[in-house]
Design a protein around this ligand. Structure first.
Ligand SMILES: Cc1ncc(COP(=O)(O)O)c(C=O)c1O
Length: 373
């Protein structure tokens, strides 16, 4: 059964008391539907249960973005917007690069993590925060927790690169190793949360994280007005959801494009199919973009994203090295996908003012991706 969208769910116009949990609701529905055949009963009840979960899912609004901006301001950088006349000429467009590679921890993830951590009440913060991630979110959550003076624990696959574990530890985070499967990561986190009472902060399926990521487009919009388009990479969709949240409110005419590696094109396939399509993690140099959408991020992608544009592995690496060389800034492959799709789809952006979110700069320059050493 395809996951329901929020608009499907609201169409059903459900009025279920908030004290009922999903099992209660399921039980009630099953007994009320006893006149239907067994198959229809189970399917119908399952659809309704899903609809209720989607209705209860918290979607942040723009006020939460403004609150996030005020809350995280002391802990993050207001990153610069850079331009390059060389790249403008190459693309036939005016590009404005929002440089989150120069953000704390080297990625926009500091925004969402700080919003989640500094939004916790004193009582909720006492037990610290936890997540499962092997990427920038793990370091960002550790950074935010350290600034607040609370503990951060990160469940990481035992196979994660030593450099990634070291990055978490360097910000004071505690690494808990698990088997290298999605199931082991999720079980590991559930156990950890049950044992410690830590607050679980998902890398993108979390309204606090989305509101935090939305502050990036807010800063860009305040500095550069009248953008025709904004292009940002998409993994699980937390950043693009935040971008949609901000721009749908402040600049509804600005078109929003997501950039994705062709090797990890689950969001592209989802938008085409009109429902979330999950794919196993593929091999891609853009390791931050291998995650799948969730109903909360699908809500934004399906309602506000103009198109998802794909780039090959070679195009991503070419765009990354081009940025290093011409702009003199270090960006990681996951960030370079945005420029790669603009270079590839020049006609779509020709003559336009385009915001480009450079999401991060965490790359091991001693082992350059794609270099033959
Ligand atoms: C550098 C970088 N860019 C983009 C993304 C994708 O972000 P999201 O999962 O919010 O779509 C990530 C996620 O880890 C990342 O680390």
């Amino acid at each position: 059964m395809r996951p329901l969208t929020r608009s499907d769910a609201t169409c059903l116009d459900l009025d279920i008391p908030s004290y009922m949990n999903t099992d209660d609701i399921y039980g009630v529905l099953k007994s009320r539907l006893s006149r239907l055949s067994e198959y229809n009963r189970a399917t119908f009840a399952a659809v309704l249960v899903q609809a209720i979960e989607v209705c209860r899912m918290k979607i942040p609004d723009f006020d939460e973005v403004l609150a996030a901006q005020a809350r995280i301001e002391p802990y993050i950088h207001h990153t610069p917007v850079l331009t390059s006349s060389y790249l403008n000429d190459r693309c036939g467009a005016e590009l404005f690069f929002k440089c989150e590679n120069l953000q704390k921890v080297g990625a926009f993830k500091a925004r969402g993590a700080c919003n989640a951590v500094f939004g916790l009440s004193a009582a909720a913060a006492v037990n610290g925060v936890a997540t499962h991630s092997s990427g920038n979110h793990a370091a960002a959550l550790s950074y935010a927790a350290a600034r607040r003076g609370i503990e951060a624990s990160v469940v990481m696959p035992s196979t994660a690169a030593a450099a990634k574990k070291a990055a978490v530890q360097s910000y004071g985070g505690k690494v808990i190793e698990c088997e290298p499967t999605q199931a082991a990561r999720e079980t590991g986190l559930s156990r950890l949360v049950a044992a410690t009472g830590a607050d679980a902060v998902h890398p993108y399926d979390d309204d606090r994280v989305i509101a935090g990521q939305a502050t990036c487009a807010l800063e860009l919009h305040r500095e550069i007005d009248e953008l025709d388009a904004v292009v940002a990479p998409i993994g699980g969709g937390g950043l693009i959801s935040g971008t949609c949240l901000t721009l749908a409110t402040l600049a509804p005419a600005t078109r929003i494009y997501a950039a994705e590696p062709a090797n990890a094109d689950d969001a592209y396939r989802s938008l085409k199919a009109g429902e979330i399509v999950e794919r196993d993690a593929q091999q891609s140099v853009a390791d931050g973009l291998k995650t799948n959408l969730k109903p909360r991020t699908w809500h934004f992608v399906s309602n506000y994203v103009e198109a998802i544009l794909l780039a090959s592995e070679t195009e991503i690496l070419d765009a990354m090295y081009l940025t290093w060389e011409r702009m003199k800034i270090i960006i990681e492959p996951s960030s370079a996908v945005a420029l790669a799709v603009i270079l590839k789809h020049r006609d779509r952006f020709r003559g336009q003012r385009v915001g480009v979110i450079i999401t991060g700069g965490n790359v091991d320059i001693k082992h350059c991706p794609g270099c033959k050493t």
